[in-house]
Design a protein around this ligand. Structure first.
Ligand code: KG4
Ligand code: ZN
Length: 338
């Protein structure tokens, strides 16, 4: 049973965690959200500098919380891709340095693989195959998890990630950042059938549409046009109804695609990950559709859905068990397919 210390700095969370296989021993996450909030989004250079400020403290805190010394750590891991390259570099460089100093193997982990492994932290008995619906500020993917390291991306967004769409729609409705939780709250007070909005289907030459891919940029533009029309009519913006209609459209679109993947591939489990897994509309819609289709739907606790290093440590531990390690020349890369 391997004990791994992992670092996650791909975006705006400085995270360090220690996991013993699928058991979390410490999970330190320092969010930079308040620093980026005035800008309405993450400023990459500011994020890198904050990671530098916070990383050493996170490593010390993680070891102290787990009550472990370096002798008891088997390997050091870090998210190496995808993400903001300057931000990734901080975590990767720190992990490589610790690996050299303490003479432990180093493992670079793909961020999306981490999100897949997050589901094991709250359901340690879970085993592939399953479908992972990954919905965050940076990603919208349907991944067929066949085995450790064996993944097939069945569906993805062609443009904006779903969390990005929540944030952009919140901005154009004059709400704050990040938009997801605010839209979620307002949606509970609105009528989800007040406005028809496009689900973001990707048309195919045969006249049908792609069963698993989606587009959220068109949906965002449709909300923008609707807002402009309502403003021209001088009516007070019905933000609750707009939020509810937008959220219901997103939930319907994601649910349809995730269930289609599971049914088409004969898979009985769907696991959800990423910050948008917190969305109450998606939770309700996918859970109900899963019950109808006899598919188990797992929503891990939010602390494992949003960016954290425990999921990275868990993925690294599974790879280490199989004898996999990374070379110290492994670079931090802004983009790489899983
Ligand atoms: O996974 P995450 O914490 O960070 C990455 O992007 O990797 O996801 C953040 C995204 C943001 O776009 C935020 O607006 C969205 O998750 N989000 C939500 C909710 N809570 C967070 N979206 C919809 N409903 C929510 N309740
Ligand atoms: Zn993420």
């Amino acid at each position: 049973m391997a004990t791994v210390l992992a670092i996650e700095t791909s975006c705006d969370e400085t995270a360090v965690a220690i996991v013993n296989n699928r058991k979390v021993l410490s999970n330190i996450v320092t969010s930079q959200i308040e620093i980026h909030r005035p800008y309405g989004g993450v400023v990459p250079e500011v994020a890198s500098r904050q990671h530098l400020e916070l990383i050493n403290q996170g490593i010390g805190q993680s070891l102290a919380t787990a009550n472990l010394t370096w002798q008891e750590i088997d390997a050091v891991a870090a998210t190496c891709t995808p993400g903001l390259v300057g931000a990734l570099l901080v975590g990767v460089s720190a992990a490589k340095t610790l690996s050299i100093v303490h003479q432990k193997p180093f493992l670079g982990v793909h961020h999306l693989e981490g999100h897949i492994y997050a589901s094991y932290l709250s359901a340690p008995e879970l085993e592939p195959p399953f479908i992972c619906l990954l919905v965050s500020g940076g990603h919208t993917s349907l991944i067929y998890v066949k085995d450790c390291g064996v993944y097939e991306t069945l569906g993805q967004t062609r443009d904006d990630a779903v969390g990005e769409a929540f944030d952009k729609v919140a901005r154009l409705l004059g709400l704050g950042y990040p938009g997801g939780p605010i839209i979620d709250k307002l949606a509970s007070e609105g009528n989800s059938e007040a406005y028809w909005l496009p689900e973001g289907n990707i048309s195919l030459p045969n006249g049908g549409y792609h069963p698993y891919d989606s587009s959220f940029s068109g949906l965002k533009t449709a909300v923008l046009r609707l807002v402009q029309k309502l403003q021209q009519e001088n009516s007070k913006l019905p933000v609750e109804d707009l939020a509810a209609s937008f959220q219901a459209t997103v939930a319907r679109s994601l649910t349809k695609r995730a269930i289609a993947c599971a049914l088409d591939y004969g898979i009985k489990t769907i696991v959800v990950g990423g910050g948008v897994a917190a969305n109450s509309g998606l939770r309700k819609s996918l859970t109900a559709a899963g019950e109808t289709a006899n598919i188990a739907v797992l929503f891990p606790p939010l602390k494992f859905c949003t960016d954290n290093a425990a999921m990275i440590a868990c993925a690294a531990a599974e790879h280490l068990e199989r004898g996999h390690t990374s070379h110290l020349t492994l670079p931090a890369q802004s983009r790489l397919a899983i």
